[in-house]
Design a protein. Sequence first.
Length: 318
Amino acid sequence: MPRPEHSRQTHPPTSEYNHLKPPSHAERQRAVSIVSKYLAALFKGTFTAGGYQQGALVDFTTAKQPLTQEIIIFGDLHARLDHLKRILEHDGNLIKIRQGRAILLPLGDIVHRQSYNRLELLEMASSVETFHFLAELKTKYPTAVYPLLGNHDFLETALSKQGIEQSLLFRDHIQRRFGSEYVAYYRGALMAGALVAVGPGFVALHGGPIKGARSLQQIREIKIQDRPHLFQDPLQWEATNNRMLVDKPDYGPKDVQRFLELCGQPDGVLIVGHTPPRKNFWKDEVIPGKHYVLDASNPDSLGYVRIRAGVPEFVTII
């Protein structure tokens, strides 16, 4: 079991812990079981165990057999479990995963509600529920579900929205409800996770292209750590935090093309999350035919990308 770390505590300005019923011993044990099995499933999805993950990289191009499954990619969930279920239900996607005909590739930021309502930003129960659902899905299908990590998924980044440190708030929530053992397994799952996925015709990650990377091997060898920004590997920070903002972009078209070439997909597309689409829609075509941003947390629009034989198809649900 990973060793728990000691770090500063927060004092969330909310009565959430007063109105949430304390979990029973059985509920706490079940939560620990979910996250511990999730950690084990991450190792079952590695290349040496018959999966596609090699360190911090999920590489579908080095499969022992040619890839025949379609790959389902969606953007930031931000605790919208209802959206995850709709994606799985759409076009029989969950059935395809069960039958070995599809692979699920979430782009990170599974947790933390996004809203202009500060009370919704404080609420963490839905984050736990969404994470547990995805963790159990990975446990059932360890070689068919590969969640990439986003900046919101970490506990120690002091990530702030409207002055609310959601990462620390989530850490304290799971510590209070499920204990140190749960937190240690969660951190272990972060360190055993992946940042980038490469497949025929595409490259995917949470943030933008990793400009500091010089090879795929360097990406594989990134040591993922749940630590504040200044103590992280700079490549981890780029993978989870780079943005294509209009006023102050972290990267440009040349960086996109260079990263695609680095990943062996010069004619492919780069698919990311993290940056909210400029229009009120689930996707944003940042560079026509080359670079797309996805979001699965928009209450008014939902969709995903389906990769078949190296060709992306953009599927709108609502």
